[in-house]
Design a protein around this ligand. Structure first.
Ligand code: ADP
Length: 589
């Protein structure tokens, strides 16, 4: 391309020069030839007049060759051309180029065109090849008159060699000029072409960089002509492109950051359900890797028929669809899936699948409805009893002196249960709201346990249970004392309630790493193994009837768990049915 352009430029120079020189040479040659001939003719005519004047007509008439010869020879030497004198009959009387003795043998010149013209009283001119001198000659003839009578002709002849010489010199000059001009055109053409091409080449190489996405360089604007303007335009274009590319990159980065950090799983598929891209959440949900699935048809990559059917329907109808799907992955999970078509020029070119894990939402919904059912049930039982006994009293039992106090006692028990239940529910909801502020203070834990135990003295005495506080005196804790009192109260209450007569309770502490683990051990009924995992759930009780009978609400352990967890600790139980239980909680020191 580069060579082509350079050669093109050089050839166009040469072409223009050749054409102009051709025209110049053609017209110059033609004009010069005509002009020089014309000039020579004119000067010959003038000289012929002068020669004619020198000739004595008398000598001519007498054909005095003796006198005419020397005159003609002298004049010829002076004007440097051949002179011939001819009488009106065509006989040559003198010729500067021939010796006198040969003159009279010369052929008759009457029919020479210039001579014939002169004899008709005109200036005779002719150019022809002279057989005498073997050369192209110019002939000019004039009549010699005496009293208006033409008595002879004087003829001057000049070899045209000089004209030819002049012309050939001019031709040589034109030719050498042409060669010089061509050489100059070549050199200049090369220089100009190289200089013109240099900025273009620079532009080509930088434009190539632009096309590869490298906008770090700019074209130097070296001139103010069209090439300079092109450079400005290319630079402006590059700047525009660079800005656009930057903007698109930034946008892409933002989008991919969103795409990658979304907790929803995202899949983009094309119109043939081939996966274009997936986000990390999808990798987690379906246990696949991005590389593995991208580029594959959906069903081939993710074997979930329900989702595939929804995608197909969206691709076919172009309308968004939502559905709930269940996946039996390592664990059972529920997902809400939204499939939205992607349009390109009014045709569906693919779709966007958003998968949202709603397992936790569904679980919470179940927990809530179970809770409502449980609470209602727990409230209903004492209320029904209270209502029943009040009715019995109103219907006459009030006057039954033996039982009326009993009935009222039962009503009081149920009212107390209701009160306990409502109190527990309130503290639970308060704890669960997480708005609760812990009032942490430093206190001695052994002392707190001691205080709680003293509150249970009548229950302990009633069942004849021995209780041992084995906590050492030097352990202090940084915690909310009132809440912790509730924890210990609930645990000791259970240990008494589910203990046997003449039972035993031990309370002891262990330091494990930076935690303090406190265990309340009893020798009570223990908990069946199957119930252990659920024992801290709200309203979960091993034996509902017994718990109720003992005034339990089924919320005690749940409250314990909440309080301990609020302190950043954990709870647990070890138990063997029939051999007692060890309830423990550990708290950061
Ligand atoms: P409750 O008001 O019934 O005591 P909790 O939440 O405190 O409710 O306890 C839940 C259930 O856990 C009890 O009903 C009982 O079945 C079991 N449980 C709790 N503590 C003990 C224990 N020390 N020994 C045996 N069973 C226990």
């Amino acid at each position: 391309m580069r060579i082509n352009f350079k050669l093109k430029l050089i050839f166009s120079y040469i072409f223009v020069i050749l054409i102009s020189f051709g025209f110049i040479a053609f017209f110059l040659d033609k004009n010069l030839e005509e002009n020089s001939l014309h000039d020579i003719e004119a000067s010959l005519i003038n000289q012929a007049y002068l020669v004619e004047n020198q000739i004595i007509t008398e000598n001519l008439k007498k054909e005095d060759v003796k006198h005419l010869g020397p005159l003609i020879t002298t004049l010829s030497e002076k004007i440097k051309c051949r002179i011939t004198v001819i009488n009106n009959l065509g006989k040559v009387l003198a010729d500067s180029e021939k010796p006198r003795n040969e003159i009279l043998q010369m052929e008759n010149h009457l029919y020479r065109p210039e001579v014939r013209m002169a004899l008709t009283n005109k200036v005779g001119i002719d150019t022809r090849y002279s057989s005498t001198l073997k050369i192209d000659m110019l002939y000019v003839a004039l009549p010699i008159r005496e009293n208006k009578e033409i008595i002879g002709v004087v003829r001057l002849a000049l070899p045209l060699r000089s004209v030819e010489k002049t012309l050939s010199e001019i031709r040589k000059a034109v030719l050498s000029g042409l060669i010089f001009a061509l050489a100059l055109a070549f050199v200049l053409g090369s220089v100009i072409a190289t200089q013109t091409i240099r900025p273009i080449n620079r532009m080509i190489s930088i434009s190539r960089k632009f096309s590869e996405g490298d906008f770090s360089r700019r074209i130097l604007q070296s001139s103010k002509d069209e090439i300079g303007e092109l450079a400005i335009t290319l630079n402006t274009m590059a700047q525009g492109l660079e800005d656009k590319v930057k903007e698109i990159k930034a946008q892409n980065q933002k989008l991919s950051a969103i795409f990658n950090s979304m907790i929803e799983g995202i899949i983009v598929v094309d119109e043939s359900s081939r996966i274009i891209s997936v986000n990390p959440t999808i990798e987690k949900i379906f246990s696949v890797s991005r590389k593995e699935v991208e580029g594959k048809v959906f069903l081939e990559a993710i074997r979930n028929n329900d989702t595939y059917e929804i995608i197909n329907s969206v691709l076919a109808n172009g309308e968004s669809l939502s559905a709930e799907i269940s996946l039996i992955l390592p664990v059972h999970k529920t997902f809400e899936i939204n499939v939205t078509p992607i349009f390109d020029n009014n045709t569906v070119s693919g779709c966007l699948i958003v998968i949202h894990d709603i397992t936790e939402i569904r679980r919470l919904e179940t927990v809530r409805s179970d809770f409502v059912a449980n609470v209602s049930h727990e409230l209903k039982t004492p209320l029904t009893s209270i209502k029943g006994f009040v009715e019995t009293l109103l219907e006459g039992a009030l006057d039954d002196k033996e039982n009326n106090r009993n009935f009222l006692k039962i009503i009081q028990n149920h009212a107390e249960r209701l009160d306990n239940l409502v109190n527990d529910l309130l503290s639970l909801s308060h704890l669960e709201s997480k708005e609760i502020m812990l009032k942490k203070i430093k206190f001695n834990i052994r002392q707190l346990v001691e205080e709680v135990i003293s509150g249970f003295s009548s229950q302990l005495k009633k069942k004849d249970i021995e209780i041992k506080n084995e906590l050492s005196d030097d352990i202090s804790l940084m915690a909310d004392r009132n809440r912790l009192e509730q924890v210990i109260t609930n645990l000791i209450d259970n240990a008494i309630k589910f203990n046997k007569e003449k039972g035993f309770i031990r309370i002891y502490g262990e330091k494990i790493n930076d935690k303090l683990k406190i265990t309340i051990e009893d020798l009570g009924s223990g908990i069946p193994e199957k119930d252990i995992p659920r024992i801290f759930e709200r309203f979960y009780r091993v034996d509902k009837a017994r718990s109720r009978e003992l005034g339990g609400t089924g919320l005690g352990l749940s409250i314990v768990k909440h309080i301990v967890e609020l302190h950043g600790g954990s709870v647990g139980v070890e138990s063997t049915e029939g051999f007692g239980s060890k309830f423990w909680f550990s708290l950061p020191k």
